[in-house]
Design a protein around this ligand. Structure first.
Ligand SMILES: [Zn+2]
Length: 365
C-alpha cells in the first residue's frame, strides 16, 4: 500500500497561540495533513468572550483559508450560562476547555478540579446545547510534609488521581459530551473502556479520550533530560504507552486524535530555569501517527483514528467544512529538521523527533 485516502482529517486539540507565533504555525496545520483543527483557548488573556472568539477565528482563517477551525472557550468564573448559551446558538464555539489551575501553560486562570459544582449551571447549558467539555485531566501537585503517601499528587499520578472526578461528572451529566484530553496512562484508557462498556455497536459514546502523536512514542525516559519531549501531562511508563497505542489502533470510536501540538520559541525550551511544557508536532501531525501505526502493522486503522471517530463525536460533516479537499497519506520519506526557522521571524521551534526520517507524507486531493 503506497497511498491511503484519509478523508477529512481532524486534529481535535491544537494550540495556535497569538501574534507572531500564531502567524507562523497556523499554516502548518494544513501542511501537517489536517483539515479540521479544534483550537485551544489558553491565550493571554484566556478566551472567554464571544467578540474575541470571533476575532480570533477570523485571524486564523485569514492565515489558513482552507483549514476549518472550531473554537473553544476557557472555563473560568468569567463565563456565565447566558454567554455560553449565546455562543452555542451563534455557532461561535464548539466546546469549552477546562484547565485545573496551574498545571500547564497559561492555566493560572483555571478551576479547582476538586470541586466542579460552581460550574454546574454552565455544564447544564452545555449539555442542552450539545457543546463538548474538554478536560485537562490532571490534579495539581500536592506534596505533604507528613501523612500518607497515598495523598501525594505528582506528575506521574496526577492523571489517575483525576479520574474519579471524570466518573462523577459523567454521573451528574450523563448526556454531556466529555473528552478526556491527551490521556497518557493505562488507568485513563481503562477508565474510558469502563465508562463505555455497555456501548452498543453504532451507539455514540458520550465520554471519550483524545490521544496525541507524541504520547504514542514517548515514555518517562524520553523526557527526563530532554526538554523537547517535555510536555504536560508528562509521558508515563512503557506499559502506559502500550496501552495508549493499543487504544489508538483499537477501532473503538471513543479514542481519537488530538495532537496537543504546543509550539514554544526555542528560548523557552533551551533554558536552565522554567522549561516550558509542550511538544510541537503540527507540521508532520498525521505523518507521526502514520509512522507508528505502520510500525506495529496497523496502518489500516489510521483513518478511523485521525478522521472518522473524532468527526462523528463532534458531528462534523462535509457541509461544515471551509474546504472539501481530502487528505491522502503517501509513502514518501520526509526528514524532520533539527530546528524550524522562518524567513519572516526570529522565532525558532524545536520539532518533535528532530533530524529523524518519517516514511509517510500527506497531500491534498
Ligand atoms: Zn493542550
Amino acid at each position: 500500500m503506497s497511498q491511503i485516502e484519509l478523508g477529512y482529517t481532524a486534529d481535535y486539540h491544537v494550540h495556535l497561540r497569538q501574534g507572531e507565533m500564531m502567524e507562523l504555525v497556523t499554516p502548518t496545520v494544513r501542511e501537517g495533513g489536517v483539515s479540521i483543527a479544534y483550537i485551544m483557548p489558553n491565550l493571554t488573556p484566556p478566551l472567554t468572550d464571544i467578540e474575541r472568539a470571533v476575532q480570533y477565528k477570523n485571524d486564523l482563517q485569514k492565515l489558513a483559508p482552507k483549514t476549518t477551525f472550531l473554537l473553544t472557550f476557557y472555563l473560568s468564573k468569567l463565563l456565565t450560562p447566558e454567554i455560553v448559551a449565546k455562543a452555542a446558538d451563534e455557532g461561535v464555539i464548539r466546546g469549552i476547555k477546562c484547565y485545573p489551575a496551574g498545571v500547564t501553560t497559561n492555566s493560572q486562570a483555571g478551576v479547582d478540579p476538586n470541586d466542579f459544582t460552581a460550574f454546574y449551571p454552565i455544564f447544564k447549558v452545555m449539555q442542552e446545547k450539545g457543546l463538548v467539555l474538554n478536560l485537562h485531566g490532571e490534579k495539581p501537585s500536592v506534596h505533604n510534609e507528613s501523612g500518607d503517601a497515598g495523598e501525594d499528587i505528582h506528575v506521574l499520578n496526577a492523571e489517575p488521581k483525576f479520574l474519579p472526578a471524570l466518573f462523577k461528572l459523567h454521573k451528574d451529566f450523563p448526556e454531556l459530551k466529555i473528552v478526556l484530553e491527551h490521556c497518557t496512562s493505562k488507568a485513563a484508557i481503562d477508565a474510558i473502556y469502563e465508562i463505555n462498556k455497555d456501548l452498543k455497536e453504532g451507539e455514540e459514546p458520550k465520554v471519550v479520550a483524545s490521544i496525541t502523536a507524541h504520547h504514542l512514542y514517548l515514555t518517562i525516559d524520553d523526557w527526563a533530560g530532554n526538554p523537547v519531549n517535555f510536555c504536560k501531562p508528562v509521558a508515563k511508563l512503557p506499559e502506559d504507552r502500550r496501552s495508549l497505542l493499543n487504544a489508538a489502533v483499537s477501532g473503538k470510536p471513543f479514542f481519537f486524535f488530538g495532537s496537543d501540538s504546543a509550539p514554544h520559541d526555542l528560548s523557552k525550551k533551551s533554558t536552565h530555569i522554567g522549561v516550558c511544557a509542550g511538544v510541537y508536532t503540527q507540521q508532520y501531525a498525521i505523518a507521526y501517527v502514520a509512522e507508528i501505526f505502520d510500525k506495529i502493522g496497523k496502518i489500516e486503522m489510521l483513518k478511523d483514528f485521525v478522521s472518522t471517530f473524532g468527526n462523528a463525536f463532534y458531528n462534523m460533516d462535509e457541509s461544515k467544512l471551509v474546504c472539501k479537499d481530502k487528505c491522502v497519506l503517501v509513502k514518501q520519506d520526509v526528514e524532520i529538521p533539527e530546528i524550524m526557522t522562518f524567513d519572516a521571524s526570529n522565532l525558532k521551534i524545536a520539532p518533535f523527533r528532530p533530524v529523524e526520517k518519517l516514511s509517510w507524507s500527506t497531500k491534498w486531493v
